[in-house]
Structure formats: C-alpha cells, structure tokens
Design a protein. Structure first.
Length: 175
C-alpha cells in the first residue's frame, strides 16, 4: 500500500478501511488537535526538508487528490448545481470539516466565492498575516474539477489566521 514505489497516485477509498470494525470502542471520531498535530508536523518537516514552496505544492496536490476522491465516493448529486451544493454542505457539516456557504456563483463564467466557517484546518489559530489553508484550496479545486469536469483552481483570500472569522476562497475554471 505505502511501501511500493510508484509514479502515479494510488489512493483508493478502500484504504481507509472499516473504521467501525477496527475501533469498536473508540469509534470514528477524534480530537481536532490530533488532526492539526499530524498536518502541521508534516508540513513543518516538508518545509525543513525542502522549502515552503514545495510544502505548499505537496499540500495543495494532496488536497486536490482528496477533493476528487471525496466527490467520486461521497457526492451523489452530480447534475443540478443547487442539489450538489446542498449535499456538499450537509456532508462537510456531518463530517465536521466546516460550514460551507456559497457567497457568489456564476455558472456561465464558472467562478465561485465560497466561505468555510469553523474550518477544521485553521479556526482558532493564532493570528498571523498568512492564509494557511493550502490543503483546503486543493480540496475545493479537486472537488469542483471532479464535479464540473473542468480544471478548477481555488485560492484562499481570507483566513482565520489573516484576521477573518471565516476562510474565503475564490474558485475559477482554468484552461
Ligand atoms: Zn483558512
């Protein structure tokens, strides 16, 4: 699974396994601090071993991969945009990833402004002048790419860390 060299992405949803069987007492949830501990230490090591640019690229690409697989595996409403958004909002809330709102959607130009409140990655972090949700940028890009069949790029323009109370993303189809 992880000890075979490969040149292409190999993640499959089945790798997540049967959590109910594996954790009969602890169940399928854990503390948000543990998720952040894993993510932030991984990012820390990537920065030290390579550089911030590489770390950003790795996080973006991993998020993008996750967004595509998430859409393939969990989204059932793949036709009507409003139905898609409702299902996505419910899923993100149920899985405690965040509270999604669509601020603007232009389906002709394929441009969207989305906000995520109580975001898993950054809500409550100390203020800095950085927007840090690179994994989320990738995740939303992958999700929208998979849903629309077009190549999407999402960029975080406001973040809890940069002083906002929500993370705001501008997403657009790119050639
Ligand atoms: Zn953020």
């Amino acid at each position: 699974m992880f000890k075979e060299e490969r040149e292409t992405l190999g993640f499959d949803w089945s790798m997540i396994g049967n959590i109910g069987d594996g954790r009969p007492n602890l169940g399928n949830t854990m503390d948000v601090s543990v998720y952040r501990l894993m993510q932030f230490t991984l990012r820390d090591v990537l920065i030290k071993k390579f550089d911030t640019k590489t770390a950003e690229q790795v996080f973006f690409e991993a998020g993008e991969h996750a967004g595509k697989e998430f859409c393939k595996e969990l989204i059932t409403q793949k036709e009507d945009f409003n139905e898609f958004v409702i299902e996505l909002q419910e899923l993100l809330k149920k899985l405690k990833i965040g509270i999604l709102r669509i601020e603007e959607a232009d389906l002709e130009k394929m441009t969207f402004t989305l906000t995520v409140a109580e975001d898993l990655d950054c809500s409550g972090l100390p203020a800095s002048d950085e927007t840090i949700c690179t994994y989320d940028e990738g995740f939303l890009s992958g999700l929208l790419s998979e849903y629309t069949g077009k190549n999407f790029s999402a960029r975080e323009v406001d973040c809890w860390c940069s002083g906002d109370r929500v993370c705001r993303f501008e997403a657009k189809a790119v050639a």
